[in-house]
Design a protein around this ligand. Structure first.
Ligand code: FE2
Ligand code: FE2
Length: 225
């Protein structure tokens, strides 16, 4: 059974890598993984002395989350890009692009594979962003508030995990996650400043987003490990 499923999983992984890094990237990704020197040497962290399952899980989940956030903002911009909130959404999307770029780099550095669910988040994220934007700017901002709240909660729990593991060893990774957590909280507040609460459906989105976070935590991790 496992032998029969393996080619399908390999195909999905190749598709995910194409989504992350572009066509023809599978071989490049694998070569980069072998050639990239470890960049976190200032804290004495090496691939041999880290808690690899925990770090793999954190980076894979965060990469999936940032990828999904990018697709949500892409969907919102497709609908609201030419309205008064367009520049505000674009500014948040630009920050999400930086976050995703950093996790793309960390995946190569730590030799972590992307989740096989990226094709799903590609479509579902865009649909969520565009669908909520069709409700108007308050709908889009309610979605932003819910998603950003969930992602920042997620980052906070990862910060606690890494602090309990070894704050000195994971210092640089902690700095990255704390910075991104602060960016997400800022996005959350931007959503509130733009009347997200007027829609009154942010609780629905929070429920949807908790499902999303759980599936990142559980399903995508178990499929990718
Ligand atoms: Fe982000
Ligand atoms: Fe964000």
């Amino acid at each position: 059974m496992e032998a029969a499923v393996a080619p399908a999983v390999r195909g999905l992984r190749a598709g995910c890598q194409r989504l992350c890094y572009g066509a023809g990237s599978e071989r490049k990704w694998s070569l980069q993984s072998k050639q990239t020197s470890f960049r976190f040497c200032s804290t004495g962290m090496t691939l041999d002395n880290i808690n690899k399952p925990t770090i793999d899980r954190i980076i894979r989940v965060d990469h999936a989350g940032e990828y999904g956030a990018n697709r949500i903002y892409a969907g919102q911009m497709a609908v609201l890009g030419r309205t008064t909130v367009g520049p505000v959404i674009q500014q948040m999307w630009d920050q999400e692009k930086d976050h995703l770029k950093k996790f793309n780099e960390l995946m190569v550095t730590f030799r972590v594979r992307p989740t096989v669910l990226l094709p799903f988040w590609n479509v579902a994220g865009f649909a969520l962003g565009a669908g909520t934007a069709l409700l108007g700017k308050e709908g889009a901002m309610a979605c932003t508030v819910a998603v950003e709240e969930s992602i920042s909660d997620h980052y906070n729990s990862q910060i606690r995990t890494l602090m309990e593991e070894d704050p000195e060893k994971y210092k640089e990774l902690l700095q990255i996650i704390k910075k991104f957590r602060d960016d997400e909280l800022e996005h959350h507040d931007v959503g509130l400043d733009h009347n997200a609460e007027l829609v009154g459906i942010e609780h629905l989105f929070i429920a949807v987003d908790h499902c999303y976070a759980s599936s990142c935590d559980g399903l995508s991790f178990s499929l990718c490990k």
